[in-house]
Design a binder for this molecule. Structure first.
Ligand SMILES: Nc1ncnc2c1ncn2[C@@H]1O[C@H](COP(=O)(O)OP(=O)(O)O)[C@@H](O)[C@H]1O
Ligand code: SF4
Ligand SMILES: [Mg+2]
Length: 321
């Protein structure tokens, strides 16, 4: 299958605000040399502990990072490097060809507008609201796709009248309104109860089957990822440390961090990884995982391992592959 998105050597850094008087500003490299690709119709999951840089990658692709961030590398999409597009060109792509479902549905929806009004937003932005009737039927179609059998009634609702789960489905409807070729879902299952996670999974499954959309699925929920992803990329402290198909990753993890992450799951014994992630303002020399790695060697503390690839898997560790 053809490659849809290719991220090459992405680096994102921020100048942290002075926290204390007299203290130097710190440079935080949140994403460090990240490379991965997503093929047409593929679901790639990005997993890793909170703060490892997943949302920063998503926002870099959408070009939604704050102005003070410094971004290097390339993000190729449809033959163009997204990082070189003007804001006007990017606005044409956003919501139409590339769309994002943000983490928190209640913050992403505007409380003062009806659901119908908000769902018609992508049509207005992309000049597709020529006739009121066409717009209404498109919004109704999108609501039906996410399981609302009486869409016209829900169009009159406001976000505060609805449950978190319903609002999440409205957001999915809004982000898929114009059939984007790439959908980014940033922690879509966070804060949802078990039933809602199962429903969300069905909605994303349906989307995968019925459309041509590729999905970048960001989640800390490994069960969810295992069921939906075609490939999984594991991030640690701003770097990708392993990329694999889900069955190999979950049954035969290679990187010591991936092994630790899986061992910390309740169903696998709840064994935590000792220590904590390093501060991104001063990551350790060599392999960023070495202070927590149970099998480290001397060179791990001095040299940075590169992402080695073999048989469709990739791993950043001197001892693997
Ligand atoms: N706007 C910002 N300014 C400064 N640092 C930021 C900003 N956004 C993110 N970061 C840094 O990037 C790191 C990764 O953040 P994020 O991508 O949100 O992590 P997660 O993997 O939980 O999605 C954070 O720990 C933080 O240090
Ligand atoms: S490179 Fe060394 S420290 Fe890093 S994960 Fe591999 S063995 Fe552990
Ligand atoms: Mg995040």
């Amino acid at each position: 299958m053809k490659t849809l998105l290719e991220v090459k050597d992405l680096n994102v850094s921020f100048q942290e605000n002075e926290k204390e008087k007299g203290k130097e500003k710190e440079n935080v490299t949140a994403v460090f040399g990240v490379s991965f690709s997503i093929r047409e119709k593929e679901t790639l999951a990005l997993v890793g502990e909170t703060g490892c840089g997943k949302s920063v990658v998503a926002h870099a692709i959408m070009r939604l990072l704050p102005l003070e961030s410094r971004v290097k590398g390339t993000i190729e999409f449809g033959g163009k490097n997204l990082l070189e597009l003007s804001e006007k060109e990017m606005t044409k792509l956003r919501g139409k060809e590339i769309s994002i479902i943000f983490q928190n549905p209640s913050l992403a929806l505007n409380p003062v507008y009806s659901i119908g009004h908000q769902l018609a937003e992508p049509l207005r932005i992309h000049g597709q609201k020529k006739k009121e009737n066409t717009s209404l039927s498109k919004v109704a179609g999108a609501l039906k796709r996410v399981g609302f059998s009486n869409p016209h009634e829900y169009m009159r609702y406001y976000p505060s009248w609805c449950s978190g789960g319903m609002n999440q489905r409205f957001l999915i409807a809004a982000s898929t309104m114009l059939n984007p070729v790439l959908l980014i879902a940033d922690e879509p299952s966070k804060g949802l109860d078990r039933n809602r996670v199962a429903e969300l999974e069905n909605e994303l499954e349906g989307l995968k089957e019925k459309s041509e959309t590729s999905l970048l699925l960001i989640s800390h929920d490994l069960g969810f990822v295992r069921r939906l992803a075609d490939r999984v990329a594991v991030m640690y402290a701003g770097e990708i440390v392993e990329i694999s198909d889900p069955s190999n990753l979950f049954e035969r993890p290679l990187h010591p961090y991936t092994r630790g992450l899986l061992n910390s799951l309740p169903e696998r014994g709840f064994v935590p990884i000792p220590g904590s992630s390093p501060p991104l303002s001063s990551p350790p020399e060599g392999c960023r995982f070495h202070p927590r790695c149970p099998v480290k060697e001397k060179r791990c503390m001095q040299e940075r391992p590169y992402l080695k690839e073999s048989n469709g898997r990739a791993v950043r560790c001197f001892l693997c592959l």
